[in-house]
Design a protein around this ligand. Structure first.
Ligand code: ADP
Ligand code: MG
Length: 592
């Protein structure tokens, strides 16, 4: 053991002495072989000594732990790197059994079996192992080991060299981890994520992209991204990328914008696109985040439409209200004149005036309906029963060439609206459908429940919550986009003079809105039309807030006192006068 210790020390001495000695030797004694003469024994000894010194310097300097073990697995020598690895001075290790000298787990990878194989003549390569160092840190090593043969061809020992791959492994692990994290983000992101190279070649295609575009990743990877674009982006994209490579001029990088994209089936849809850029040395890749905004675009359009209708409705409603008041004054006065006229010709003139005033009142009523100012009489409604109750009338109105199908939802909750107006709306929609199917066709009436979330409700200017839907669908000519845009406007009609008033849909619209509901129109030229009316589900507590009972003829009652409150002076005057003629005592006021 002591001898082994000395050997260990000698290696240290060799390390310290080798450099100057070698330098001196080179200067002082050029090699005998170089002079061409026969080398002397002294020269050979000197040569061997220098070779050994060089070798031990090499071993000392190597950035890898190196061990020399005896055939019975004692540590004969180790270099500085091995000392550092084991955290022990070589004096404390040299001569000791390799597996006993080190703490359990400290040996690091090479097992007795490995070393037995090496002694038997099978060099070990790339054996991975871990060493726990004295300071507690763990290093990952890759070992190579070979046996050393003596002059007699017998194994003299084992040389084992380790490579510390701790950092490399850590980096690889970190990379793997990052990759796993990235791919899980990409796989779960609701937006489609696509990366392309500088020339537009698709490099990756996320699963959301597969869903959005209808392509499997394998179908698009390597192909040009323009295949997913609609004109004019499709044609311009290559030129755009080329210009960007040349000039660095950014048009869309870092900025979201709305473009049109193309699915596998060729259909187009609006998307919001944000593009990021990554430079990798000389080249770069682009990442596109693509969000389908079909629903949003649809909602925006619906909101615009609702706002337009709101504005037109306000204007119309205001006008109709004033107009209606004037008509009431006119009809009231005409009515009172009636009893005073004796001559037949006068009565005839009066009759014509009354007829015209009546038509005016009807028109005003429709405009009021559209302007959401008609008097309504909301009652709890069972929509299925209402539809069933209308079926005879509808069948008669639509004629034999139109087939009627009803699809009524089971367990439909009740709604709250003016039943007469709902019937009126259904009839109006059915007649429109009939007009759209001059050669016959099919009318489908459907009821269902539908929920509007906050966003959808906002777009439709209504309250979020559950609604009862009444849908009327036909297989008729459908509407062009222009007609669809304007169908709800009052007086908008595509029907000839005398056959269309353009008031049907506008009245339905106004009524539905006034009832806190919503109406949706989907129609395409040649593909029929569907109009869906949504009315709020009646919440249990809401009683039927019945307004004025209509149609009850006012009985003449002498002596009864009536208070008339009306801010329109003309209206008040005619009302008071008529009541007085009927025998009431009237008190009037212009406000509450
Ligand atoms: P009108 O029926 O008097 O023309 P509406 O307000 O009911 O007025 O309808 C307005 C317009 O909307 C119609 O002239 C027609 O062009 C279009 N329209 C309404 N319903 C349908 C339908 N079911 N199919 C095709 N077009 C329709
Ligand atoms: Mg109509």
């Amino acid at each position: 053991m002591a001898r082994q210790g000395k050997r260990g020390k000698s290696a240290v001495q060799a390390k310290q002495a080798a450099r100057p000695r070698r330098a001196k030797a080179q200067r002082a004694k050029p090699s005998a072989a170089a002079r061409g003469g026969k080398p002397s024994v002294a020269a050979l000894r000197e040569q061997a000594r220098r070779s050994a010194a060089r070798f031990s310097l090499l071993v000392e300097t190597a950035a890898a732990p190196i061990l020399l073990l005896s055939p019975d697995l004692r540590i004969l020598e180790l270099n500085a790197e091995a000392e550092r690895l084991y955290g022990r001075a070589r004096a404390r290790l040299a001569g000791r059994d390799y597996f006993r000298a080190l703490d359990p787990g400290g040996a690091g990878g090479l097992t007795r079996a490995d070393l037995a194989h090496v002694i038997a003549g099978q060099p070990a390569r790339g054996i991975e192992g871990r060493v726990r160092r004295a300071d507690g840190t763990e290093r990952v090593l890759l070992w190579n080991a070979t046996r050393l043969l003596g002059p007699a061809g017998l194994p003299e020992g084992i040389i084992a060299v380790a490579q510390d791959i701790t950092e490399r492994q850590r980096a690889e692990e970190a990379l793997r981890e990052r990759e796993a994290r990235m791919s899980s983000i990409i796989a779960t992101a609701p937006d489609a994520i696509i990366t392309i190279d500088e020339r537009g070649g698709i490099q990756s295609f996320s699963s959301a992209a597969e869903k959005l575009f209808g392509y499997a990743a394998g179908e698009v990877i390597g192909r040009n991204i323009s295949m997913l674009m609609a004109s004019p982006y499709r044609e311009d994209h290559d030129a755009y990328l080329a210009r960007y490579r040349r000039t660095g001029e950014k048009r869309i990088i870092g900025i979201g914008r709305q473009v049109e994209a193309r699915r596998k089936d060729g259909s187009l849809f609006p998307v919001e696109l944000a593009v990021g850029e990554v430079r990798l040395g000389e080249t770069r890749i682009f990442t596109g985040f693509i969000r389908d905004i079909t629903v949003r675009a649809h909602m925006e359009q619906e909101l615009r439409q609702a706002q337009k209708m709101e504005a037109v409705g306000q204007l119309t409603g205001g006008l109709a209200h004033d107009f209606n008041n004037l008509l009431t004054v006119i009809t009231g006065n005409l009515e009172m004149l009636e009893t005073r006229l004796e001559r037949a010709e006068d009565r005839e003139l009066l009759g014509e005036a009354q007829e015209a005033a009546g038509l005016g009142a009807k028109l005003a009523g429709r405009l009021l309906a559209f302007g959401r100012r008609q008097p309504l009489n909301p009652k709890p409604i069972d929509m299925n029963a209402l539809v069933a109750g209308m079926s005879d009338l509808l069948r008669r109105s639509l004629g034999a060439s139109v087939e009627i199908e009803t699809r009524l939802a089971r367990d439909l909750r009740g709604t709250m609206a003016d039943p007469g107006q709902v019937e009126n709306a259904l009839l109006n929609l059915a007649i429109n459908a009939r007009d759209a199917m001059p050669g016959g066709g099919k009318l489908t009436i459907e009821t269902a429940e539908a929920a509007f979330d906050v966003e959808a409700a906002h777009a439709a200017s209504m309250k979020p919550g559950p609604y009862v839907m009444l849908a009327v669908q036909d297989t008729g000519v459908g509407m062009s986009p222009e007609v669809r845009q304007r169908a709800f406007e009052p007086f908008f009609t595509t029907k000839g003079p005398g056959s269309g008033t353009g008031m049907g849909l506008s009245m339905v619209y106004g009524f539905v809105k006034q009832s806190g509901g919503h109406i949706r129109l989907s129609s395409e030229e040649g593909r029929g039309t569907a109009v869906r009316i949504y009315l709020p589900v009646r919440d249990g507590g809401a009683a039927a807030a019945s307004r004025q009972p209509e149609g009850a003829a006012a009985p003449a009652a002498r002596g009864a006192v009536i208070l008339v409150v009306e801010d329109d002076q003309r209206m008040r005057k005619i009302t008071v006068r008529r009541l007085k003629e009927l025998g009431y005592t009237v008190v009037e006021a212009d406000n509450a």
